[in-house]
Design a protein around this ligand. Structure first.
Ligand SMILES: NC(=O)c1ccc[n+]([C@@H]2O[C@H](COP(=O)([O-])OP(=O)(O)OC[C@H]3O[C@@H](n4cnc5c(N)ncnc54)[C@H](O)[C@@H]3O)[C@@H](O)[C@H]2O)c1
Length: 422
């Protein structure tokens, strides 16, 4: 089958990690794409990514600065991995050019941004996939099978709490700047996607939010080890960022979430934690509960039924006999009932990004809608902003519908104003 000419737009950390995903597909004879170009507003970054791709894909993509140049190089599909504030405008521009699009989460930096994309692409037959990778982890697929198969009984309660980071920079400076996407929004849109993936639509929330660490420190700028460098691809850009800067984005969020089903969720994300880094996620039902490891950790689930019977790892599989991963996941992870157990973060990360690409390629060829499209991406940011809007307002009850229709949106006003000036 002829390969689909593809460009990666945004050659930073995630652009590089996406290319690693393509390389996994290539290695396994599953790559539907031909990476013809890599783009970035910073030419040096595009050159670095092109060099890395040449080594892994056997062909050096051409470097370029924008979508029109990429199209002239034969591109018919783009993968947008820029900083969040350009996602909606670049996706709209790409679709206007007739290109199929995969865009990293968040689908828009604000609800208004995502709505403007929706308006711009209304009536188009182009594919728009939002690259949400966490739900594709085989471990999360298994959790979903446990819930949908009734193994937990009636789902009643979702819990997630995580903490870490202290006063150190999380990956990059923009993750601490409100107008660029703070860390609560950057990480939170993954987690809100997971909440609705597991438990269906959320209806309302209330929350408290804080900016605890008003100054953040970047150890990489002074030759130290970076506090966070997922995939090992951020070192060079972190070294060029300031050693110390003022944070404008909140860094801790504590929320309660009501789901339309009647289930309730409790969510705590403390990115200013000075104790041990922590993680807990679980879903509790009328028959049992499942403890879920951190996404991409390769650690096993722990399921307890009726308070006594505990199953871990592959012991869970007989309880969900119909559980079957999609073809690409099965091929990459080693079988239709495979798990990610025992794999390290970098491997799981690459394989999940490979699965995103496999699905994008298959949607382009069959002209079908991807699992996470504009609507799902929009709901994920709406639930995240609902918590943040509530937190910013001191804990009022905020409905997801009011955030989606922009009746509630004070927290996002300054972000929209900043984007309008660019
Ligand atoms: N799914 C995940 O697990 C995951 C992980 C990390 C990041 N992300 C997402 O990926 C996106 C990128 O994050 P990152 O960590 O790679 O950031 P980054 O800062 O490392 O890279 C962003 C790149 O975009 C480039 N860029 C900015 N504006 C551009 C434009 N208009 N046209 C072309 N290039 C432009 C920058 O020069 C930079 O090279 C974010 O939306 C982030 O939320 C997702």
């Amino acid at each position: 089958m002829e390969r689909i000419p593809l460009s990666i737009v945004g050659s930073g950390g995630m652009g590089t990690r996406h290319m690693f995903g393509l390389a996994e597909l290539e290695k396994n004879g599953l790559n539907p794409f031909d990476l013809v170009a890599v783009c970035d507003v910073d030419p040096a970054r595009a050159e670095l990514l092109a060099d890395a791709a040449a080594g892994l894909l056997g062909r050096r993509p051409t470097t370029c600065a924008d979508l029109e140049a990429a199209q002239k190089l034969g591109t018919v599909a783009v993968d947008i991995t820029t900083v969040p504030r350009f996602h909606h405008t670049l996706a709209a521009e790409a679709i206007a050019l007739g290109l199929d699009v995969m865009v990293e989460k968040p689908v828009g930096l604000t609800i208004a941004a995502a709505h403007s994309l929706k308006t711009a692409i209304a009536g188009s037959d182009r594919v728009l996939s939002v690259a949400e990778n966490f739900r594709r982890d085989p471990t999360n697929r298994l959790v979903k099978a446990l819930i949908d198969g009734g193994v937990l009984g009636e789902p009643r309660y979702f819990h997630q709490s995580s903490g870490g980071g202290g006063n150190l920079m999380a990956i990059s400076m923009w993750r601490h700047l409100k107008d660029e996407s703070g860390i609560l929004f950057d990480a939170g849109t993954h987690y809100t996607d997971m909440m609705e993936y597991y438990l269906g639509p959320a209806s309302s929330v209330y929350a408290q939010m804080r900016l605890f660490e008003k100054v953040r420190y970047n150890l990489a700028a002074t030759g130290g080890a970076p506090a966070s460098n997922p995939g090992g691809v951020y070192g060079q850009s972190q070294a060029a960022m300031p050693a110390e800067f003022t944070a404008t984005a909140d860094d801790a969020l504590f929320a309660m979430v009501n789901f339309a089903s009647g289930a309730i969720g409790q969510y705590a994300e403390n990115r200013a934690e000075h104790g041990r880094s922590s993680w807990a996620r679980s879903v509790h039902g009328s028959a049992g509960a499942v403890e879920i490891p951190k996404d991409r950790s390769g650690e096993p689930l722990i399921l307890t039924l009726d308070g006594t019977h505990t199953y871990t790892g592959a012991e869970i599989l007989p309880l969900v006999p119909g559980f079957a991963l999609d073809d690409a996941t099965a091929a990459l992870f080693g079988g239709a009932q495979a798990t990610a157990y025992g794999l390290d973060f970098e491997t799981v990360d690459r394989l999940l990004l490979a699965i995103e690409y496999a699905e994008f390629g298959s949607c382009i060829r069959s002209r079908t809608k991807p699992e996470v499209g504009l609507e799902e991406g929009l709901r994920a940011i709406a639930l995240c902003y609902a918590m943040m809007e509530s937190g910013a307002a001191g804990g009022t009850i905020v409905t997801i519908d009011d955030v989606l229709n922009c009746t509630v949106g004070d927290y996002q006003l300054s972000i929209n104003e900043a984007m309008a000036k660019q």
